[in-house]
Design a binder for this molecule. Sequence first.
Ligand code: SF4
Length: 151
Amino acid sequence: MFKNVLFSAKMEHDVIKTVIPILKKKIKGTNLMFHDPTKDFFDLEDMRRSFSEVDLMIVKVGSECSLDLLHFAKLYNIPTLHDIDTVLICKNKVDICGFGRMALANPNFPKQIFQEGLIDKKQVCITCSKCSEFMKIGQNVGCATRDLQYK
Ligand code: SF4
C-alpha cells in the first residue's frame, strides 16, 4: 500500500476533474496529493525536499514540466505509474535510446512498449549489479536475476 501518492495533471481538464473524486473515494488510507504542472512550477533545487515523502507518482504527461517530474522520479527512485523512458518513446520525444542493464534483463522490452504501451514490471532490471560481477570476473555478461541461463 502506498502511503503518499502524488497525482500530477492539469486539474482543469474535464477527464481529470471526473477522475479526482473517484480517486479520493477509492483510495482510502492514502494521502493523495495533487499537482498541476500548468500552475505549480518546480524549483529544481527544492524538488528533492518537496517530494521526499512521495511513495508513488501518477503523472499525466502533457508538458515539459511533467517530463521533468518523471525524470526527477527516476533519478531518486520514486516509483511512477509510467516510466520516463517509455513516455519519451511513446510521445516521439526521442529518436534513439541507449539501454544497458534493461536490455539484459528483458531483451523484448522495446517490442512490449510498442505493442502494449508498457513494460512488464516482472521483467525489469532491479539494479542488483550481479551482471557487473560477471564482467569483473571475466565471464559472459547476462542478467542473473531475469535470465534463466545465468541463475
Ligand atoms: S543482473 Fe541485476 S543489475 Fe544486471 S541486468 Fe539483471 S537485474 Fe539488472
